[in-house]
Write a protein of this length. Structure first.
Length: 332
């Protein structure tokens, strides 16, 4: 009987996918299956996976569905109690899968467990240990730049980054899967909010360490990424932030977005401006989804406020981004 399915979405990345799967080989154990969803790769990834990793099941989507829809497809094709989502360029350390399952075992209200992600070139430095949320609507990687040994095992966190995280199926069935309209980026933040609104808890596993290769160029991001991040920020806030949150923190949210918009003009970053415009013009279906999400919420205000951190100042945010850039620049 399968208790946990590892799900990996691939797209023209056979070299990194092979290394990812090689690291998973020692994690094979009874009850753990591996499912690959290939988003229309042209580099032979599906055939290579079948030839070299016979224990993996492969679904060929035939087109680039995006991260959200591809993971949803895999989750819907499985029945295991838990699903472990893993980026194709992530390398698990021994014992990761078992430690994630142990963290959630026996705790029926834990809906997700974040693995501790570190920089591949700096394996003692944290890249992400869950998700932190802020009063201006920001959602950032928890623990960025901190030493790995600073993480407390099974410590509560707001939510889990889908780059390496275990989810309980019943929690996903209760809160819903990833919003496919997002395509990619911030879909895990949206899910983390919906799980919280439905009363599910989240933890971080210090014993589940995943090495991830970050590109220095991706810290600022391509125009495509900046556009989707800007659009999806508008959408996840419209869908998930409770009315009381918007009333209390609305000025901070507006101030942050005005600052970012002004910065985009200064930097001639049309992608971010376009993303926000697309987000605003596409609000109608998101507001319909909001009504469903907010009606289903059972979390009290105090339960959510507990997790909302004070917004970083522009200087603090700039320092954090510079730190991420310096750490990523060390990557091979």
């Amino acid at each position: 009987m399968t208790t946990c399915t590892i799900i990996i979405v691939t797209y023209n990345g056979w070299a990194v996918t092979r290394e990812c799967l090689e690291a998973l080989e020692p994690e094979r154990q009874p009850g753990v299956d591996l499912l690959i969803v290939d988003n229309g790769s042209s580099d032979g990834t599906p055939d290579n996976v079948r030839r070299k990793f016979g224990w993996a099941r492969v679904i060929e989507a035939g087109a680039n569905l995006g991260f959200a829809a591809a993971n949803n497809l895999a989750i819907q094709r499985t029945t295991s109690e838990f699903v472990l989502l893993l980026n194709s360029d992530a390398i698990v350390r021994p014992g990761t899968v078992e430690a994630l399952q142990q963290t959630v075992s026996g705790h029926s209200k834990i809906g997700s467990v974040a693995a501790t992600m570190v920089f591949r070139s700096r394996p003692g430095v944290i890249a992400s240990a869950g998700i932190d949320v802020y009063s201006n609507g920001l959602a950032l990687d928890r623990g960025l730049g901190r030493p790995l040994d600073s993480i407390v095992d099974a410590e509560p966190v707001f939510g889990a980054s889908a780059g390496a995280a275990l989810f309980r199926r019943s929690a996903l069935e209760d809160a819903g899967l990833f919003p496919e309209s997002f395509f990619m980026y911030l879909e895990d933040v949206d899910l983390a909010w919906r799980l919280r609104l439905r009363g599910w808890e989240s933890r971080v596993s210090a014993r589940s360490v995943v090495e991830h290769v970050y590109s220095a160029s991706s810290v600022e991001g391509s125009a495509f990424k900046r556009r989707l991040l800007a659009r999806n920020r508008v959408w996840y806030m419209a869908r998930c932030l409770p009315g009381w949150f918007l009333r209390r923190h609305g000025l901070q949210i507006a101030a942050y977005d005005l600052l970012v918009a002004a910065s985009a003009v200064t930097r001639r970053d049309g992608a971010s401006a376009a993303g926000r415009a697309i987000g605003l013009t596409g609000l109608r279906p998101r507001l319909s989804e909001r009504r469903v999400i907010q009606r289903a919420s059972i979390a009290g205000r105090a339960e959510i406020e507990h997790w909302v951190r004070k917004s970083p100042s522009p200087r603090q945010l700039a320092e954090q981004r510079r730190l991420a850039g310096r750490l990523a620049a060390l990557e091979p």
